[in-house]
Design a binder for this molecule. Structure first.
Ligand SMILES: NC(=O)C1=CN([C@@H]2O[C@H](COP(=O)(O)OP(=O)(O)OC[C@H]3O[C@@H](n4cnc5c(N)ncnc54)[C@H](OP(=O)(O)O)[C@@H]3O)[C@@H](O)[C@H]2O)[C@@H](O)CC1
Ligand SMILES: Nc1ncnc2c1ncn2[C@@H]1O[C@H](COP(=O)(O)OP(=O)(O)O)[C@@H](O)[C@H]1O
Ligand SMILES: [Mg+2]
Length: 278
């Protein structure tokens, strides 16, 4: 049922950067997340998005995170996520919205999730991760039509969304729920599984327990966002490449490290992508 994701099957298939280009060519990416306690999650996601090549990256987050984000990642623009009018403008101007890392589960975050689902228009793209998935499971809301959606749950988040206990998350059961939902599903675990809306299914051949540390999924979410935003011509290739490179890089780093820190993956991305794409 699954096609294996391998280096040889993916490398050199993504397009090089055209010389006639500017930052707008490579995607306007909006990341929404990071409450006062979980700012690290959206900072890690934003670093991954910028280092993976997103042309213009804006982060809507709690004001408590603004100074840290500016200090750590001056390439990203920052907005106060409690300003709903500004959030609407940013959402409507984005090519892709990533929603969820560290966003928390309170009523205001739920409102943000529902409003962003209402504001998105056909032609835009949406990635949902972390608390956005838990909120959607608890408080379902219609999703925009004509907007490809990627969800990146770990097994407990998928349990909340699918009602499948972790021991019941067989490929057949996962596929049945994914088809009902109509989302592209990246089910994160050792041997991450991808169930795409065109019916294709893939499984990771790389990865390591050195990845089992907080923030690793936030980094993947930022990479997925940047790949989908900057490589719009082949959605599935962009998604598969992001998922593959995240674990491939971690596996490379784990040859000499006990644990791989999520930000180390981001730091290696510009050189690895040059090597991978050619
Ligand atoms: N630096 C920061 O700011 C960080 C902020 N973060 C942000 O925190 C928010 C909450 O995300 P979350 O993943 O930490 O919590 P939640 O959704 O409750 O899941 C944990 C529960 O699920 C269970 N579990 C079972 N299987 C599992 C599996 N395969 N993978 C993982 N968990 C599994 C697990 O079981 P246990 O560990 O108890 O065995 C536990 O009971 C989210 O927005 C995220 O972005 C984090 O990224 C960390 C760094
Ligand atoms: N033992 C493991 N083997 C392979 N990959 C792992 C392992 N543990 C975690 N990962 C990977 O690390 C990431 C963890 O994501 P997630 O739980 O959402 O982290 P966080 O929310 O803390 O950022 C996923 O990509 C998952 O596949
Ligand atoms: Mg996560």
């Amino acid at each position: 049922m699954f096609q294996p994701l391998t280096y040889d099957g993916l490398a050199h298939r993504l397009p090089k950067r055209p010389s006639q280009s500017h930052k707008g060519t490579f995607g306007r990416t909006l990341l929404v997340g990071g409450n006062a306690q979980l700012g690290g999650a959206i900072i890690l996601a934003a670093q991954a998005a910028v280092y993976a090549g997103s042309g213009l990256t804006t982060v809507a987050t709690d004001v408590a995170n603004h100074t840290a984000l500016h200090a750590r990642l001056p390439e990203a623009m920052v907005s106060d996520w409690s300003n709903l009018a500004q959030l609407k403008e940013l959402t409507q101007a984005a090519d892709l919205v990533l929603l969820g890392p560290g966003m928390g589960l309170d009523a205001f975050s739920c409102q943000r999730l529902h409003r962003i689902l209402d504001w998105l228009k056909p032609g835009q793209k949406l990635v949902l991760d972390g608390d956005a998935l838990t909120l959607l499971a608890r408080h379902p809301h219609p999703v925009p039509s004509g907007v490809p959606i990627v969800i990146t749950p770990h097994q407990a988040e998928w349990q909340r969304l699918s009602d499948l206990a972790i021991e019941d998350q067989t490929p057949q059961a996962n596929l049945a729920v994914q088809k009902q939902l109509g989302f592209n599903l990246v089910l994160k675990k050792p041997g991450t599984e991808l169930y795409l809306t065109d019916g294709s299914c893939y499984q990771l051949t790389v990865g390591t327990p050195a990845m089992a540390t907080g923030g690793m999924g936030d980094t993947l979410a930022g990479m997925v966002a940047a790949f989908l935003a900057q490589f719009p011509d082949d959605f599935n290739l962009a998604l598969c490449s992001a998922v593959f490179l995240h674990s491939y890089l971690a596996q490379e780093l784990a040859q000499t490290q006990w644990v791989v820190l999520p930000h180390q993956i981001s730091e290696k991305l510009p050189s690895l992508m040059k090597h991978f794409i050619g």
